[in-house]
Design a protein around this ligand. Structure first.
Ligand code: ADP
Length: 460
């Protein structure tokens, strides 16, 4: 049964609670399949709320000692974790490709990116500083300390199975928080490998817990994490729909929330092209898209993999069909690539995009690009802002005043100017509008996991 996975080094098929590899109390499991071929990569526990409560208890217990460790100690442990992640990069990338279908070249890239957050927060751990401020009255000293908020729950998606965890968890650990991680049901194996290496690096038991569950348990588990008085905050990356639900549930308990929601950030991109260069751009872009090598991510030279699951496949298919029905022009692709497997979709380029099409506003997690023509700068900015989302956007210009004017007008958390790959550990990642709350990465990333405590020392 596990032919393909036998060669996967560091594959763990149990959840990780309180420093131990654990099964669901009712012994239920679910299969993780390679979307490129449907083969089972691993079988992991399908945990319910009782199992997750065990992880919350473990994290609460561990918090007592972890929050009292020195920043230097936490820094050293995180550094050790980073070194182990680096040393095992190849194994992590293979597990990621096996469960997510990402081409190996992309998985390798994500491992470098994901590891960089552990390195960064190992350094930042020692720079979480308080303040003293001048008192308005004599004989007093006002001190502002930063404290870890407590146990945090981290819920992550399948599109970046490694980096979405390390970007949150490394910051949380650096701040002195402990965590319960609920990875996406499509990609729990990468998360378990991270846990394996965290333990090897000396992260104490209960500080880093990974609970796995299938989609049918996700809502109940999510609710528990939002409602448990033992959890101080939730950090979530995923769909706007689930993000809104978690925000509502957390509101009832005045819980800290960090949300990284819908984007136009991934492969799916809307392109706004000025009419003077439109035809030339479409032509060149079409050639580039035709050169994409679609297939099994383990094969040499493959640059795009399958969709993650049948729900996403159907979504991509229906978004393209909807556009076609409403008059979009297919320049390249526009159909499933059934000859490669059930979840493959042809890299697609469309023009003649109109506002009533789903593609105009929906996030497409597939190899589909849509191009919209514009005439003036004002028109381009208006189109770009005509959405509830506001994560990242990119534009090209050599006009200095236009660069700063347009950057200011775009309702976005991140802007790439003459650059398409902008995310790094040093910079704050996050959105505005319905794309979320809070920032991850950079020295601001720590803020999500700390609170200010004001001490007033009187009668001095
Ligand atoms: P996607 O559409 O990319 O799968 P989701 O927002 O559905 O994005 O999933 C992101 C993460 O949220 C996954 O770990 C998933 O299991 C989890 N999730 C889904 N539904 C809920 C829920 N009701 N409560 C908490 N987590 C959920």
């Amino acid at each position: 049964l596990h032919m393909a996975s036998r060669s996967l080094h560091l594959l763990n098929e149990k959840a990780f609670i309180n420093g131990e590899w654990d099964t669901a109390s009712n012994q239920k499991t679910f299969e993780v399949k390679n979307p490129a071929n449907g083969q089972v990569v691993g079988t992991v526990p399908d945990m319910n709320v009782d199992d997750v409560q065990k992880a919350i208890d473990a994290a609460s217990e561990a918090l007592k000692t972890w929050q009292k460790t020195t920043a230097k100690e936490r820094s050293h442990i995180l550094r050790k974790w980073y070194d182990l992640l680096n040393a095992n990069s190849e194994s992590i990338a293979k597990i990621m490709t096996a469960e997510s279908g990402k081409p190996l070249i992309e998985s390798n890239g994500e491992v470098v990116y994901g590891n960089s957050f552990v390195e960064w927060f190992s350094e930042e751990a020692r720079r979480i500083r308080g303040e003293t401020v001048p008192s308005p009255v004599p004989n007093r000293k006002l001190i502002i300390e930063k404290q870890p908020i407590g146990v945090v729950a981290l819920i992550t998606p399948w599109n970046f199975p490694h980096a979405m965890i390390t970007r949150k968890a490394a910051a949380a650990l650096a701040a002195g928080c402990t965590c319960v991680i609920k990875p996406a049901e499509d990609t729990p194996l990468t998360a378990l490998t991270l846990a394996h290496l965290a333990q090897e690096a000396g992260v104490p038991k209960g500080v880093f817990n990974v609970v796995t569950c299938d989609r049918s348990n996700a809502a109940a588990v999510g609710k528990l994490l939002c409602e448990s008085p033992q959890i101080a905050g939730i950090s979530f990356t995923g769909s706007t729909q689930v993000g809104k639900l978690l925000y509502e549930q957390c509101a009832r308990h005045i819980k800290r929330v960090g949300l990284e929601l819908g984007s136009v950030h991934d492969i799916s991109r809307g392109f706004l092209i000025q009419e003077d260069v439109f035809d030339e751009f479409v032509n060149k872009f079409g050639i580039a898209i035709k050169s994409i090598k679609l297939g099994d991510g383990f094969q040499e030279g493959i640059t795009t993999g399958p969709l993650i699951n049948i729900a996403q496949f159907n979504k991509v298919n229906s978004i393209v069909e909807d556009a076609k029905n409403k008059g979009a022009k297919i320049v390249v692709g526009g159909a499933p690539a059934k000859q490669l497997g059930e979840l493959f979709y042809e890299p697609t380029l469309m023009t003649n995009i109109k506002e009533d099409m789903l593609i105009y506003k929906e996030e497409v997690f597939g190899p589909v690009a849509a191009i919209i023509k514009f005439k003036t700068e004002e028109e381009a900015v208006a189109i770009a802002n005509n959405t509830e989302r506001g994560l990242a956007g990119y534009f090209y210009s050599e006009d200095v005043s236009q660069i700063f004017r347009v950057s200011r007008e775009l309702e976005l958390g991140m802007v790439g100017i003459n650059e398409g790959m902008i995310s790094c550990a040093e910079a704050p990642f996050g959105g505005v509008k319905e794309s979320g709350i809070g920032r991850e990465g950079s020295h601001h990333g720590i803020e999500e996991y700390t609170y200010y405590k004001y001490l007033c020392v009187g009668n001095l």
